[in-house]
Write a protein that binds this ligand. Structure first.
Ligand SMILES: *Cc1c(COP(=O)(O)O)cnc(C)c1O
Length: 361
C-alpha cells in the first residue's frame, strides 16, 4: 500500500522539505566527509546544531533568560516520573489536572513517588470535555500543578492556562508544542516528546525555570536529574544526536513559515475544514469532544454506526489515507493534523468524507 496522506498520531508527519534536506546531507554533513550520525557529540559541527536548536526554541517560544532548554532521552513518559522525582519533596503535595489518558499516566507515576491531589477531573464526562481550570483550589504549599495542554487520545485541548500564583505550573505539551503561540512565562516547566510536532522520536524537549534547579536533591541519580543535565547543557552523556539534528531542521522550517503565529493560522484552517464537515453532516458524522474543548491537533470523530465506521476505515486505507483509526481508549476515528500536515491533505480528507456520506448516507 502506498499512502498519500499522513494523519498518524505519533510519530507523525514531518515536513517534506526537512526530509529532503536530511537526505541530501546524510552521507556528507556540510562537507566534513562523514554523516552527522558518525561524529562526536563533542565535535564543533554537532555542538553548533545543538546550540542552534536551543536558540531556535528560545526564539520561537519567546523564552526569557530564566529558562534552560534540555534535550533528554526517554520520551515524555520518562518525564511523568522525572517531574515528581525532582520536584515532589516529602511532605509536599503535587496537584494534577486529570483530563484524559496522558495526564492520567502522569498522575499515576507521581503517586509512586509522593503525595498527589487531583485538582480537576474530566472523568465524569468521559474525558470528552476539559476540566474547568478557573477557580482551582490549589493548596499554598503544593510542589507544583501539572496539566496536559492537548489530550492526544481524547482530542481535547486547552486554549488558555490558569494562573497558579506562587505554585509553579508544569505542563506536558507533547502533542501541541510549537503549534501556536503560548504565554511561556506562565510555566515553570514544559516537556514534550518531539515526535508529534517538532521532529522524530528519540529526543524529549524540557524547558525548565532556572531558579527551580537549585531545589533538586543531589541524591537523585545523575541521568534523572534536571540539574545535572542543565549543568552540562544536555551533553552530560551522548544526546540523541540525529533526533536533535532533525529537530533543528524542523524548528527552522517553523521559523520560515512565520513561526508560531504562522503555525496557529495554518492549524486553525486545517481543523476548521474538518470540523465543518462533521458539524454539517446531519448526524452522519459526529465529533467526540465537546465543541468548547475541541483540539486543533487531534480530531476525534465517529460515524453513525460501527459498520459504517469500519467501511469508512477500509475505504480510507484504499484511498491512501494513513493513520485514521482511533486510539483504543477512545475508539472510532482520529485525524492527527500536526504542524507538518498540509492544508491540502485536510481538504482531501474533508472531500472524501463528504463523498463517502453521499454514497452511504
Ligand atoms: C505521545 C504523548 C506522550 C508519550 O510520549 P512518549 O514520547 O511516547 O513517551 C505523552 N503525553 C502526550 C500528551 C502525548 O501525546
Amino acid at each position: 500500500m502506498t499512502y498519500t496522506y499522513n494523519f498518524n498520531a505519533g510519530p507523525g508527519a514531518l515536513p517534506p522539505e526537512v526530509l529532503h534536506e536530511a537526505q541530501e546531507e546524510l552521507r556528507n554533513f556540510h562537507g566534513i566527509g562523514a554523516s552527522i550520525l558518525e561524529i562526536s557529540h563533542r565535535s564543533s559541527p554537532y555542538e553548533a546544531i545543538h546550540n542552534e536548536a536551543q536558540l531556535l526554541i528560545k526564539e520561537l517560544l519567546v523564552l526569557s533568560s530564566d529558562y534552560e532548554v534540555l534535550f533528554l532521552h526517554g520520551g515524555a513518559s520518562l518525564q511523568f516520573s522525572m517531574v515528581p522525582l525532582n520536584f515532589l519533596a516529602e511532605g509536599k503535595t503535587a496537584g494534577y489536572v486529570h483530563s484524559g489518558t496522558w495526564s492520567g499516566k502522569a498522575w499515576k507515576e507521581a503517586q509512586k513517588i509522593g503525595k498527589t491531589l487531583v485538582l480537576a477531573s474530566g472523568e465524569e464526562e468521559g474525558f470528552k470535555r476539559l476540566p474547568d481550570l478557573n477557580n482551582l483550589d490549589i493548596p499554598k504549599d503544593s510542589a507544583y500543578v501539572h496539566l496536559t495542554s492537548n489530550e492526544t487520545i481524547g482530542g481535547i485541548q486547552y486554549k488558555s492556562f490558569p494562573d497558579t500564583g506562587e505554585v509553579p505550573l508544569f505542563a506536558d505539551l507533547s502533542s501541541d508544542i510549537m503549534s501556536r503561540p503560548i504565554e511561556a512565562s506562565k510555566f515553570s516547566l514544559i516537556y514534550a516528546g518531539a515526535q508529534k510536532n517538532i521532529g522524530p522520536a528519540g529526543v524529549t524537549l524540557v524547558i525548565v525555570r532556572r531558579s527551580l534547579l537549585e531545589s533538586i536533591p543531589g541524591s537523585i541519580p545523575d541521568m534523572l536529574s534536571y540539574n545535572v543535565h542543565a549543568k552540562h547543557r544536555s551533553l552530560f552523556n551522548t544526546p540523541p544526536v540525529f533526533s536533535v539534528y532533525m529537530m533543528n531542521l524542523v524548528l527552522k522550517w517553523i521559523l520560515n513559515h512565520c513561526g508560531l503565529p504562522g503555525m496557529a493560522a495554518r492549524n486553525q484552517q486545517k481543523a476548521d475544514v474538518l470540523y465543518h464537515v462533521l458539524d454539517h453532516s446531519g448526524g452522519f458524522y459526529r465529533g467526540l469532544a465537546h465543541k468548547d474543548s475541541r483540539s486543533m491537533m487531534n480530531i476525534t470523530f465517529g460515524a453513525c454506526s460501527p459498520d459504517i465506521e469500519n467501511k469508512l476505515l477500509v475505504e480510507l486505507e484504499q484511498e491512501g489515507f494513513m493513520g485514521l483509526k482511533g486510539h483504543r481508549d477512545a475508539g472510532h476515528l482520529r485525524a492527527s493534523i500536526y504542524n507538518a500536515v498540509p492544508f491540502e491533505h485536510c481538504k482531501s480528507l474533508a472531500d472524501f468524507l463528504i463523498d463517502f456520506q453521499q454514497r452511504n448516507g
